[in-house]
Each structure stands twice: as C-alpha cells, then as structure tokens.
Design a protein around this ligand. Structure first.
Ligand code: NAD
Length: 263
C-alpha cells in the first residue's frame, strides 16, 4: 500500500485528488495539509465522509510526513508554496507529484535541485490529463509538417485562475518550439506591428471554464485547429493519482507525463 499525502487539500484540485485516492486499491491517504481549515477532516472537502485524517498546518509538513511514513506528496497549491514544500518533502525522502503551475525558472531550479540531492522521484507536469498529453504529441507531429504556418495558441480558464498564460499553453508552445528548433513567443498583441515568425499565446479568463486549449496552424487559404477541452477537473486528479502510483516504483529522477503514460 502506498502512503499518500496531499498539500492544498482543501482546494479544487487537492480535494478531488483525495476523493480519487479513496477509490484507489493501491493507495491510502495518510496526511493532508493546507494553510486553513486545520483540524477539520480531509473527507469533508472531498465530499467522501469522514476519513479520520485531519487537515494539518503546512508549517508541520516535515514532522507529519515523517510521523505518517508518507511515500509520496501530491502538491497542487501555488508556486510560492511548492518551492518551499517540495524541498522539505524531498529532504524527508518523500517522492513528489507536482501539479502547481506558474513556477518560475528559479523556482524550478530550487525544486529540481532538492529532488536530485535527496535522490527521490518526482513527476512534474503542467497538465496531468491523459488527453492533454496526447494533444501535446499530436501538436508536436503537426508542427513538424507545418513549420511555415502561423502558429497561435489560445487558452481559456475560469476567472479564479491565478497564473496566465496557463502552464499547459506554455508547454504546448515549448513542444512546438522544440519541434521547430526554437521560436520566439508573443503574449497577446496590441498596437501596430506586423506578425513575425513567433508563436502567439493568448489567455482568456471567465466564469467556470475548466480549461480549453487550441493550437491553430494557419496557412494561406486553410487552417488546422488542434483542440482539447476539459469537461471536468477529474481528468487532472485521476492522472495525478495514476502518476503517484507510478512514481513510487521508479529510480530517483524527474519525470513527466510522457514517462508515466509511455508516450
Ligand atoms: P485552489 O485555489 O482551489 O487550491 C489551492 C489550495 O492550496 C488552497 O486550498 C489553498 O489554501 C492552498 N494553499 C495556498 N498556499 C498554500 C501553502 N503555502 N501551503 C499549503 N497550501 C496552500 O487552486 P486549484 O484550482 O486547486 O489549483 C491549484 C494549482 O494546481 C494551480 O497552480 C493550478 O494552475 C494547478 N493545476 C494544475 C493542473 C495539472 O494538471 N497540473 C490541473 C489543474 C490545476
């Protein structure tokens, strides 16, 4: 049985992940952390009844991870929290699933360094959905054949999302850029300037949109649109739990969803 801990346990993603852990025959929840609701039962937020696991203050992360013998910590919080929590967990020998987006390059360097130094395993992905990772693969292939086309990425999310553009849109841009040997990115457009050879990236925010991503390859007289639309956050939660089950059997290292899914 894999002992799982969740940080951000009261959030939209953390609570869904806890719900999915309770359905896993291979995994049990041993700890849940957040900055609020300390002492309340984690099952209350996941709508699965009383689990007998109280929300711990994230300040006690190290002590609780050690006491509960956690094998893996799943972190869907905010970048400023993940950059603190991940090194603490790695220092305890706990494997990591990191879904938090908006991490800066400096924050990634800190997190990656802690994972490598402590020889734990981690899956870090801006999107844990199976469909989105297949979408990346399709986009990569299309880019190779449509290098001369104008490429635009449009993403749409709910009005509570903190970071823009989405981590998934940035990953799609990186996938295309890697396939084409390097591209400039332009975020939104205003003013008077002709289009260059860049990848355009545009973020829409409104209502309760779970997450839409469209990559447009636009040529003269035609265009191809590759689109993924998330109907529910369950796709991310299920992928994160699948990754957590997978990562516990791996050699130390930093993995992505291509590794988990064998893509
Ligand atoms: P949310 O605001 O609903 O939840 C975040 C939770 O983190 C809250 O409960 C908050 O109290 C908690 N938190 C904040 N600071 C903390 C700290 N210092 N220590 C511990 N807990 C802290 O947000 P959400 O919609 O659940 O998204 C969380 C993150 O996951 C975002 O970065 C989002 O972009 C990302 N996300 C990733 C994927 C993916 O597949 N990788 C999918 C969806 C969302």
């Amino acid at each position: 049985m894999i002992n799982a801990a969740v940080v951000g346990a009261c959030g939209r993603m953390g609570s869904l992940i806890i719900e999915n852990i309770t359905c896993s025959p291979e995994m049990q929840l041993v700890a849940a952390f957040d900055i609020g609701n300390v002492g309340k039962d984690a099952g209350e937020f996941a709508h699965v009844g009383n689990l007998g696991i109280q929300i711990s203050d994230v300040k006690d992360l190290e002590t609780v991870l050690q006491k509960t013998e956690a094998d893996v910590l799943i972190d869907f919080t905010v970048a400023g929290a993940t950059v603190v929590n991940a090194p603490i967990a790695a220092g305890c020998g706990v494997n990591l699933i990191i879904g938090t987006t908006g991490l800066t390059q400096e924050q990634r360097t800190v997190i990656d360094g802690a994972i490598q130094k402590n020889r734990v395993s981690a899956v870090i992905a801006p999107n844990f959905s199976v469909g989105v990772n297949v979408f990346f693969k399709i986009v990569r292939e299309a880019a190779k054949y449509l290098a001369d086309y104008d490429i635009e990425i449009i993403e749409a999310h709910h009005n509570q999302k903190k970071d823009a553009p989405s981590g998934t849109a940035l990953r799609a841009a990186d996938v295309i850029s890697e396939a084409l040997g390097g591209k400039e990115y332009v975020y939104g457009r205003e003013g008077i300037a002709p289009r260059g050879k860049e990848i355009g990236i545009h973020a829409v925010r409104g209502g309760d949109i779970t997450g839409d991503h469209t990559v447009l390859f636009v040529g003269n007289s035609e265009r191809i649109e590759v689109r993924h639309m998330a109907h529910s956050r369950q796709i991310f939660a299920k992928g994160a739990v699948r990754a957590a089950e997978w990562v516990c059997g791996q050699n130390p290292g930093i993995y992505n969803m291509d590794d988990v899914l064998g893509l």
